[in-house]
Design a protein around this ligand. Sequence first.
Ligand SMILES: [Zn+2]
Length: 105
Amino acid sequence: MSRSRTAPSGTRHGPRVCRDCGDPVHWWRNSRDTARWVLVGFSPDDKGTVQKVIGTDPDTGKRVPLALVLSGLDLAEAVADGRLLFPLHHTTCSARRRAEERSRT
Ligand SMILES: [Zn+2]
């Protein structure tokens, strides 16, 4: 009965840590599908693919940061514009990668 969840209960917006590896991360909703949550590295870096955008939380109606996950031309344009981009945490989280190999859904 202790299955891992895709989103933490009682999420608050602000710095928190990855429950698997302990690194500081952001939990942002996916701007294209706000039912989904994206675990984003805490600091922007030059390999980032996630742009922080401001949108509306469907549960609270408040303005919150959302994760706009970029790829292809959108990503190239963002890099060319010098936008701050954050890495997807699962690309750097070794603990999470191990867990996904064990329980693939
Ligand atoms: Zn992690």
